[in-house]
Design a protein around this ligand. Structure first.
Ligand code: FBP
Length: 700
């Protein structure tokens, strides 16, 4: 409808349709905010108590024993619901408390529901209790920047994604000064307890805080957060206590939705290879789940590559009576060749398109790159320590950093005892593209982690893939297969005999498969030559247009699109699974607090089972620690869980590889999971990986 000049802009903006269209809140948000996640049965009682369990055992690290003496003997705590308890217990349970909560590390869908669960439980136990949200991560604790949460604020974010309510940050409370400032904040706010919602590093930090603040009577609890899915806890006997950190399901579903759509586009337009890097830092859990969700043509799993042995090399070494240590582990070049082989095989059946999923941390599992990462970590830490200056502020430009490395290589030539960086390292490093050098030299995060998300891994691999495909094209090994019927139709309508031209053009004309142009025919010039030799054209004659058309169709042009899925999925509104999981984690955290626990991580056991079997528990954090290299030094941290190549989920994906590659005539096997559906019955209720890994193989 044309806008009448007489209607003022004010009137337009006040029109109900315009108001609805420009409102910040949409219908889905209303629905989400109103949704009330189911609660585990134990929380339907007015009280919960803890039962220490001796059933679960851990292998305790000596250093953890030394540094965390007051919490190292903590046990798994089972939670039980109670309708009535002794007066003393009831008083303690319902006492007025001040509780702080902080988000630490990257956002992960469901965080707001941890707050909501904690808030609801604390207020239900005592409406005078105060819950403080520390702002912008652990900095909020150090600087005492906090907001007191109220109904309005909490209700605004129920079941919504992100950590928007109180934001997050990656600061680590890792010095005496920061610890003293944190203690001071706890004193000022008279905190009884602090809940740290974070990944492996933040839960590690929580354990150290628990030890430090025990004397002050401040309880510290952790909550397993990270889209990476790498906080998975088992005891020494293999009992699963925490199958998955929260946020993983949502991020994987969001990535899978986008990648599933690419599968649809790619198989419609049939001209692009989509190279999709997915987040997950080191572990490939997210990539594995995306593979199961989408059936993309190829999904690399870092942990699988690390296991790789080159059997051809091994056999050759055996024949030669030698040992070939280079036969173990994958190189970047080799990996690029495996990718090329898949591309070439699909092209041979006429599919010069597809979707490849690459985990963000794949480089961690490529031996040669891992060596660089470790060496450079050590060099940076060594520089910072010996010069009492920051490596990255001293060497601002890549050229300066490279010059420093060259000086180290020179030093190794002058002094053979100096082994940090030698001439070979320097030569190999000089061979890699500068954007990749820059990535490898980039500043580590506050926990000393290599920042995989900042490195354009997909570009590095793609560069090698393109180079090798060009070689294969020149060698006549990368061709697009032509359907025989199509060839015949084109030739007959041009008045040419397909059976005369076919054997000259194709190496497999007699077979029923897609027709592949002979390797020696790689240009119009070589085509002309072949036709002349078989007297199908005369000297000086032209290639028939129909033959030229078929030849051009057989010549591949590798076109690609690069994608990175990470921050988008991390910011998605949580799946119902994550909404329910996180709300119950918040309730669990309160139950642990109300029962006096500290140094424990709130968790839900049996996540892979029906909701009625979910069991809220507390997992002792200190016994999960082990020593790991960080910033060139050994540090106590919670061990990250990586993909187990013997797990059911991985083996299922491995078994489907050939099928999903679909290097055969006919359809692809893509699966389109669609967007996350909050309402309705069609949304899956837990990650596929979880479901598969929970299969009881004694039933198989
Ligand atoms: P957390 O481990 O803190 O949950 O963060 C996970 C993650 O999203 C990784 O997948 C990714 O490598 C990294 O954060 C990106 O970090 P940043 O947000 O600093 O770019």
């Amino acid at each position: 409808m044309p806008v009448n000049d007489a209607i003022s802009l004010k009137e337009i903006l006040n029109h109900p349709t315009v108001k609805k269209a420009t409102d910040d809140i949409n219908a889905e948000m209303f629905e989400r905010r109103a949704y009330s996640p189911s609660q585990c049965e134990v929380f339907s009682h007015p009280y919960t108590i803890l039962q220490k369990s001796d059933r679960y055992r851990f292998e305790v690290d000596r250093q953890a024993e030394k540094l965390l003496p007051d919490i190292i003997t903590n046990k798994v705590q089972l939670i039980e619901g109670k309708d009535s308890v002794d007066d003393d217990v009831a008083r303690q349970y319902g006492k007025k408390r001040n509780i702080g909560i902080v988000f630490s590390g990257g956002p992960s869908p469901g965080g707001h529901n941890v707050i909501a669960g904690l808030y609801d439980a604390a207020k239900k136990a005592n409406s005078d209790s105060k819950i403080y949200g520390f702002l912008v991560g652990p900095d909020g604790i150090i600087e005492n920047e906090a907001v007191e949460l109220n109904d309005d604020l909490v209700n605004r974010y129920r079941n919504l994604g992100g950590f928007t309510m109180i934001k997050t940050g990656r600061t680590k409370i890792d010095s005496k000064e920061k610890m003293a400032l944190s203690r001071e904040t706890c004193r000022r706010l008279q905190l009884d307890a602090l809940v740290v919602v974070g990944g492996d590093d933040s839960n590690t930090n929580a354990a150290f805080l628990a030890q430090e603040l025990m004397a002050d009577g401040v309880q510290i609890l952790g909550v397993p957060k990270t889209i990476d899915g790498d906080i998975q806890v088992r005891d020494v006997d293999g009992n699963v206590l925490c199958a998955m950190s929260f946020g993983f399901h949502t991020a994987a579903r969001a990535f899978a939705n986008a990648i599933g759509n690419l599968c649809t586009d790619s198989s419609s337009d049939i001209k692009y290879w989509h190279i999709c890097k997915v987040m997950g830092r080191v572990a490939s859990h997210l990539a594995l789940e995306v593979a199961l969700q989408t059936h993309a043509n190829m999904t690399l799993i870092g942990e699988d590559l690390a296991d790789y042995t080159d059997n051809v090399r091994l056999e050759k070494a055996q024949v030669d009576g030698t040992r070939d240590y280079n036969a173990y582990g994958m190189t970047l070049r080799h990996l690029s060749r495996i990718i090329c082989e898949a591309i070439v095989r699909r092209a041979a059946v006429g599919k010069n398109y597809g979707v490849i999923v690459i985990p963000e941390g794949v480089l961690e599992f490529i031996n040669e790159i891992q060596v660089f990462i470790i060496k450079l970590n050590t060099i940076i830490a060594y520089y910072n320590k010996t010069h009492d200056m920051d490596f990255h502020s001293t060497f601002l430009r890549l050229e300066d950093k490279l010059e420093y490395l060259r000086r180290l290589a020179q030093r190794s030539r002058d002094d053979t005892s100096f082994r940090l960086w030698n001439t070979r390292d320097d030569d190999l490093f000089s061979d890699i593209p500068s954007f990749f050098q820059e990535g490898l030299l980039m500043e580590r995060d506050s926990h000393g982690n290599f920042q995989f998300s900042q490195v354009e891994t997909e570009k590095v691999l793609l560069g090698l893939v393109k180079d090798y495909l060009n070689i294969l094209k020149e060698q006549g090994r990368y061709k697009i297969g032509i359907q025989k019927d199509y060839f015949r139709k084109v030739m007959i309508s041009a008045g040419l005999d397909p059976d005369r031209y076919g054997p000259v053009l194709f190496k497999n004309y007699g077979s029923d498969a897609h027709l592949l142009v002979k390797s020696a025919v790689i240009s119009l010039k070589t085509l002309k030559q072949a036709l002349k030799e078989q007297r199908l054209i005369k000297a000086g004659g032209k290639i028939p247009a129909a033959v030229e058309k078929i030849f051009k169709k057989s010549m591949p042009n590798f076109k690609n699109q690069l994608h990175f899925y990470g921050y988008d999925g991390r910011g998605n509104d949580p799946t119902r699974f994550d909404c329910i999981y996180t709300y119950n984690l918040g309730l669990t955290a309160f139950s642990l607090i109300a029962n006096g626990a500290t140094g424990q991580m709130a968790a839900i056991k049996n996540l892979d089972k029906d909701f009625s079997r979910w069991e809220p528990i507390g997992i002792p954090i200190a016994p999960l620690m082990h020593l790991e290299e960080r910033k060139g030094k050994l540090a106590l941290v919670i061990e990250k869980s990586i993909v187990d190549v013997n797990s059911v989920a991985f083996r299922v994906v491995q078994a489907q590889r050939e099928k999903w590659l679909a290097a055969t005539p006919g359809d692809d096997h893509y699966r389109s999971p669609g967007p996350i559906r909050f309402t309705g019955k069609s949304e899956e209720d837990r990650p596929i990986t979880l479901e598969l890994n929970a299969i009881d193989c004694s039933d198989c």
